[in-house]
Design a protein around this ligand. Sequence first.
Ligand SMILES: *[C@@H]1O[C@H](CO)[C@@H](O)[C@H](O)[C@H]1NC(C)=O
Ligand SMILES: *[C@@H]1O[C@H](CO)[C@@H](O)[C@H](O)[C@H]1NC(C)=O
Ligand SMILES: *[C@@H]1O[C@H](CO)[C@@H](O)[C@H](O)[C@H]1NC(C)=O
Ligand SMILES: *[C@@H]1O[C@H](CO)[C@@H](O)[C@H](O)[C@H]1NC(C)=O
Length: 346
Amino acid sequence: MTSWQPGSPQDLNPCLSRILFLLALLLTSAHGISSNLEECLVLQSPEGSTVSCHRVTKFPSPLPADTVHLSVEFSNLTELPARALERCQRLRELHLSSNRLQELSSGLLTPVSGLRVLDLTHNELRGLPLGLFRASAALHTLVLRANQLQNVSALWLWGLRSLEHLDLAENELRVLPDGLVLSLISLSTLDLGYNLLETLPTSLLMGPRRLQRLHLEGNRLRRLGFGMLALQPFLRVLFLNDNRLTEVVPSAFQSLRELDMLDLSNNSLSSTPPGLWASLGRPARDMQDGFDLSHNPWVCNEDLQDLYRWLRANKHKMFSKNDTRCEGPEALRGRRLLDVAELESL
Ligand SMILES: *[C@@H]1O[C@H](CO)[C@@H](O)[C@H](O)[C@H]1NC(C)=O
Ligand SMILES: *[C@@H]1O[C@H](CO)[C@@H](O)[C@H](O)[C@H]1NC(C)=O
Ligand SMILES: *[C@@H]1O[C@H](CO)[C@@H](O)[C@H](O)[C@H]1NC(C)=O
Ligand SMILES: *[C@@H]1O[C@H](CO)[C@@H](O)[C@H](O)[C@H]1NC(C)=O
């Protein structure tokens, strides 16, 4: 007969570990009512905590009070609690891409006045609540790419005076309001690519002191007039490719003093008017990052003399030379535009 010995490790261990197990269960379930932070990766550093959650079923809570960077992505979340960020007043970056958010509550960002980056790529937003950014004077990057915005109000963005980067690409925008970026004095990049825009208000670019990059590619623009670009003489990069442009007015680029990159590829341009190119590239300056005129139905007749001259001077910066060809007249059909331009000088 074996005697029971209180001190025996063989017997005590299972007993103790069972108690500990039950205790642990009790503790986690008490805690677990609201906590699902354990599904996330939390990294601590002297600046504060970084919390990254991928494929979670709920917004993490409670968040460490020193959270500076929070990502809750690829989780198909359909809503955020209105007070989700209440505890993390030091938050600087919030990444919420690839969820299914349809709306945000107007007070969501009020506690996080130091927020610098908000990324909402790939959600299902149809609008933003008025006042969402009332405390967001520090925000410098706002990404609303790949949502379902059909219109946007200048009032949504009112007061984002530090905003440098606004991305509204891949939405369903058909028209834009006058003064969309009027209060965004620091804006340097505006991305409106891959929407359904057919026209643009002349005052679209009024507001920013020094816009540098403008993305308008992948829309349905037919005409580029004078006026809109005149408001931003320091523009450096302009994407107008993959539109339906048939006309660019002679003065359209007249005010651009620093353009380094121009993409007009994949439009419906058969000609460009005399004077259009005078301010761009040589002899005025060098178009440092190049230009693309490919995949347009160029009609290579005497109306292109001005463009030919400009092409010869700037050919070292020309992209897609092989895909920039004449569609007419019949005798030149399929010839490279640059080759025709060079022959013209002989
Ligand atoms: C989110 O939805 C997509 C598409 O239905 C699915 O493939 C993916 O597994 C879902 N992710 C999660 C974390 O539920
Ligand atoms: C956007 O369009 C919808 C319907 O087309 C309309 O109800 C809503 O008021 C518009 N919002 C703004 C900000 O213009
Ligand atoms: C031209 O643009 C259209 C419309 O955006 C797009 O569907 C097509 O793929 C583009 N073609 C090329 C050669 O890039
Ligand atoms: C240019 O296009 C022709 C066919 O039109 C092709 O034979 C040639 O390889 C292409 N050159 C380059 C550099 O792509």
